[in-house]
Design a protein around this ligand. Structure first.
Ligand code: T4K
Length: 370
């Protein structure tokens, strides 16, 4: 057994000396937060890199989700996916909104657009889909349903940094998109997040909502919150951004290696290769199906015993947690695809700096269980 633990992800950290000048500037200026110069620079740099018009930075992705719902004054019921990190649905509860779970598509693991319509009631005001693993939702079909019923669409794009489709950034879809820059994400500011807005007016509303509702020294126009990203986080982001392309290509190399070594194993299924740009390899999920000789949980245990920390993202389903399972839409019969995927999924280690010999070792363990 190799004694160095292998995690499902590790943050890419740029050389420390690259951060030094930024820290010196913070120490000299003593502007630590509240929209300082690094905050402004990072908003600008991310707009350029992601090719979007308006970005508002946040302290973390969850606060960004909660604020996005506030910004669009969403109330009543919101249709969402059970197959995500729990923060997606928690952001609804924090706004006093009832989540309505709809099943996922068996090919993409994203919200199934064909099943949304049946879940709409007079109380429905919005759809909150997730680009799971950074793979784009069927944005056209979701928008068509939303337009038909006058619903807003907020994308939880926590996994979808730098993901594009034929028309450009996937973040341009819907009314708002929300990113996470947590330590486990492709692009990180330690903790952090952002909302992408389509216009200046919406961005302004979001910006005052994240700063207690202040629009000037003496005027508060809404019951805002403190959701601001600080200058240290923004500095980390500016340095990170210089390395993001190589970090993304290192991830892509790991994904290619897994596909080469794991294809053809009975009972091991992976998502199809996305077209170029339409995936950031933020995760490498497998489905461990009945044809595989041991169960998903047994394989998880075998890897763990050998120092490999694969993760069952996203098991349990959000709808199985105590604060959700009493909802009518949380019933298993309503979410059979999601339940099946959650029982079979295993995300393998993938991150920049993961060496190929470790990737091969993981593949050998998966092959050996045959
Ligand atoms: N929406 C979606 C779809 C999301 O996936 C998330 C977050 C959100 C919204 C909310 O965004 P934030 O508010 O978090 O910005 C992690 C993350 O905490 C969470 O950010 C993420 N999704 C979720 C999918 O994963 P855990 O509990 O699995 O993380 P943890 O601490 O077990 O870390 C996983 C592995 O990462 C560790 O085994 C080692 C490595 N790691 C982790 C940290 C924190 C490091 O190497 N360094 C680190 O600092 O939730």
């Amino acid at each position: 057994m190799n004694d160095k633990p292998v995690y499902v992800t590790r943050p890419y950290l740029p050389p420390l000396e690259e951060l030094q000048p930024y820290l010196e500037q913070i120490w000299a200026n003593r502007q630590l937060t509240n929209g300082g110069s690094f905050h402004q620079q990072l908003e600008q740099a991310l707009c350029e890199y992601l090719r979007v018009e308006h970005i508002s930075l946040f302290a973390n992705g969850t606060m960004a989700l909660v604020t996005a719902l506030q910004a669009l004054r969403i109330t009543g019921e919101v249709i969402t996916t059970p197959y995500s990190f729990v923060a997606t649905a928690h952001s609804l509860l924090w706004n006093g909104i009832k989540p309505v779970f709809v099943d996922i598509d068996p090919e993409t693991f994203n919200l199934d657009p064909a099943k949304i319509e049946a879940a709409i009631t007079p109380q429905t005001t919005a759809i909150l889909p997730v680009h799971v693993y950074g793979r784009p939702c069927d944005t056209q079909r979701i928008q068509a349903v939303a337009d038909n019923y006058g619903l807003k669409v907020i994308y939880d794009a926590a996994h979808a940094f730098a993901v594009e489709d034929e028309g450009g950034s996937v973040l341009r879809h819907g009314d708002l998109s929300v990113l996470s820059f947590h330590a486990t994400k492709v692009f990180t500011t330690f903790e952090g997040g952002a909302i992408v807005s389509p216009d200046e007016k919406t961005k302004k509303r979001i910006d005052y909502l994240k700063n207690f509702g202040f629009i000037d020294e003496v005027t508060v126009v809404a019951p805002g919150i403190n959701g601001k990203m600080n200058e240290f986080q923004a500095a980390v982001g500016l340095v990170q951004l210089k390395h993001i392309d190589s970090a993304l290509s290192e991830r892509a190399e790991v994904a290619v290696r897994y596909r080469e070594h794991l294809s053809g194993i009975d009972g091991v299924h992976f998502l199809p290769i996305a077209s170029q740009g339409a995936a950031n390899n933020s995760y490498f999920p497998l489905l461990i199906q009945p044809a595989y000789p041991v169960s998903r949980d047994e394989l998880y245990g075998i890897l763990k015993d050998n120092g490999i920390s694969a993760r069952r993202y996203f098991y349990p389903l959000i709808s199985d947690f105590p604060m959700y399972r009493g909802l009518p839409s949380a019933q298993r019969s309503n979410l059979s695809v999601a339940a099946m995927v959650a029982s079979q999924v295993l995300c393998l280690p993938i991150y920049p700096g993961l060496d190929m010999s470790t990737v091969d070792r993981v593949c050998d363990m998966i092959s050996a269980a045959q």
